[in-house]
Write a protein that binds this ligand. Structure first.
Ligand code: SF4
Ligand code: SF4
Length: 476
């Protein structure tokens, strides 16, 4: 029989020498469990299906860092507008800060891939193969036997299969489904880099979701580390109502009235991070609500009101019973939450502005470095050359065939280039050089001319750029 009185001086998942103690949380049923189960199923389906969904011919969510192509639900960002990613990241980051300030660790308990995969997939497999929490504990303590070897082998093979699926799906977000399909079709020897990447990623997922689990939340997760500074006493937490529960059964002093906690340790047994929520708010709590369901079940059986452990706020738990209703979790606008909202709004406005004003093709005409003009002889006459470069970027998802010409070319002015037409592939930038030749007499006139850029396939694309010609008598 396990001793559920947890040590005070260290987390329950470490022994006195610092070695890991594996936690086997007991199964729990209840209203919150049902809600979380459905949420996890929906999230798993979204995770697996999303890379295969197309919006406007592009993957709905693609973060291809190597090709610097980012597709975010219809928003296409390429290398040249990567700075816009700052706005996307600001919205996501400050959005998470805002959610944490109001609803606490709702991300950890409900939507974090670590929680969703471990709870919905890996623990489920573990229960199917090794049985209930008590049976798993006994199996772990038992000496090696054929039965134990078989159970462990089946479990880890199932874990491996699931980890491979997760790795491939995860990879699809970063390399795209087309590249992923190509990788899968090829033999490892043809594509060692991708193969090794998949092997290493699968190994990490297998290690983390199969074995490391709550240790990741407690030791490695950066969000878990700093979320406490994002919360205040009005943020939503899973908390134990000490005023109602104490003194718990077994700790009642003579003359005192026993509280509602019957000291059954059910809340401790179901906790996936192995803590006792009755000791107050703890960093290890991922707000998974398992203890809420467990305690509600006990309270129902004891014919007492549910909610001894519940979604609450520190303010509510510390208030007197008649004041508690004033401090229920909900939207509260402290200066910091207002600041988060302001940053999110500003980033969203900036992103919308830059995206809506972005043209399909961006063209810059740059003057060549070095001497401002060259003197030449053309058809027996003195003439001048100015060198320019065109830098054109295709920000659309379609190939462009761009033609460049001088608008209403004045007499004696001509473009000298081997290519007046060039192909711009989606998301790519091309740079072409050319000279403008003009005769001696034209150099005395106004030296501004206009270049016109068009796409034969898209009449709406017409970009004009003014350039200044520089000759010996030029005013420029
Ligand atoms: S489940 Fe409820 S009654 Fe049982 S020990 Fe936890 S808080 Fe007390
Ligand atoms: S204390 Fe409760 S809510 Fe927090 S991790 Fe444990 S079971 Fe989940």
């Amino acid at each position: 029989m396990a001793d559920w009185n947890l040590p005070e001086e260290r987390p329950a998942s470490f022994d006195e020498h610092g070695w890991r103690i594996k936690i086997h949380p007991a199964e729990v049923k209840g209203a919150w469990h049902k809600k979380r189960e459905w949420t996890q199923i929906v999230l798993l389906i979204v995770f697996l299906v999303l890379p295969w969904i197309r919006i406007g011919g592009e993957q709905a969510l693609l973060l291809d860092v190597s090709r610097r192509q980012f597709e975010i639900f219809g928003l296409s960002l390429r290398a040249h507008n990567a700075p816009l990613l700052i706005f996307v990241l600001a919205i996501a980051g400050f959005g998470l800060f805002f959610v944490t300030a109001i609803w606490g660790r709702v991300w950890c308990g409900w939507a974090c891939p670590q929680t969703v995969f471990v709870e919905a997939v890996y623990r489920r497999i573990e229960r199917w193969v090794e049985g209930t929490a008590g049976e798993r504990r006994s199996l772990q303590a038992a000496p090696w036997s054929v039965k134990k070897f078989l159970k462990k082998s089946i479990k880890w093979l199932a874990f491996l299969a699931v980890s491979l699926v997760i790795t491939h799906s995860f990879l699809a977000y970063f390399v795209g489904t087309d590249v992923l399909a190509e990788m899968v079709r090829r033999a490892p020897a043809e594509n060692w880099t991708s193969f090794l990447f998949i092997v290493i990623s699968t190994g990490i997922i297998l290690f983390d979701f199969g074995w490391f689990r709550e240790q990741f939340c407690m030791i490695a997760c950066p969000y878990g580390r700093f979320q406490s500074v994002l919360m205040d006493d009005q943020s939503m937490i899973v908390g134990y109502d000490e005023k109602r529960g104490e003194p718990r059964r077994g700790q009642v002093k003579p003359g005192d009235k026993q509280g509602d906690c019957v000291n059954c340790f059910r809340c401790v047994q179901v906790c996936p991070t192995g803590i006792d929520i009755r000791r107050g708010v703890q960093m290890e709590c991922i707000a998974c609500t398992a203890c809420v369901d467990a305690c509600d079940d006990v309270m129902t059986k004891m014919k007492r009101p549910t909610g001894l452990i519940r979604y609450s706020t520190l303010q509510e738990l510390q208030a007197t019973p008649d004041q508690q209703s004033k401090f229920k979790p909900g939207l509260h606008f402290a200066p910091r939450t207002i600041a988060y909202l302001a940053v999110i709004t500003a980033a969203a406005i900036a992103l919308t502005y830059f995206v809506s004003t972005q043209k399909d093709v961006d063209i810059q005409v740059l003057r060549g470095k070095g001497v401002p003009y060259q003197e030449i002889t053309f058809e027996g006459q003195k003439a001048y050359l100015n060198q320019f470069f065109v830098e054109a970027t295709n920000t659309s998802n379609e190939e462009r065939r761009i033609t460049v010409a001088i608008e209403d070319a004045p007499q004696g002015i001509a473009m000298m280039t081997s290519q007046t037409e060039f192909i711009l592939r989606p998301g790519k930038t091309e740079r072409i050089g050319f000279f403008i030749r003009f005769a001696q007499d034209t150099s005395k006139k106004d030296m501004e001319i206009e270049l016109r850029f068009t796409d034969a396939k898209d009449p709406s694309l017409k970009i004009e750029k003014e350039i200044h010609l520089v000759g010996p008598l030029s005013r420029h």
